[in-house]
Write a protein that binds this ligand. Sequence first.
Ligand SMILES: [Zn+2]
Length: 112
Amino acid sequence: MPRPRRNSGQRSIGRGLLEGVRRKRRTPYTPSGRARGRVMTRSALRFVTHRITQHPDTDVIFEAECLKCEWQATPSTDGAAVDVECMGHTGRTGHPGFRRLCTSFALVRREE
Ligand SMILES: [Zn+2]
């Protein structure tokens, strides 16, 4: 049974994303103080939890376009209004198919 979402539009993704941390290795010196061999860099990876949310100050935008002609519905934050426009287009033209688009903007933040 699916767990209810904690709050709308927010979810944690896994235990986090791999984040690369590059550390420069101490140059290996010989007792005489001269560097020996190559200078190497070492990468350390650690998991960092991230959270993705709907981008602040944005709305989900609904759009639709006819599959038979160039007609497009007026983009709206009200999906039902776009659907009503599609049904009106079908009533006028008989064109039954539409491509519906739903655009939302997301923001990913690293959790401290
Ligand atoms: Zn059409």
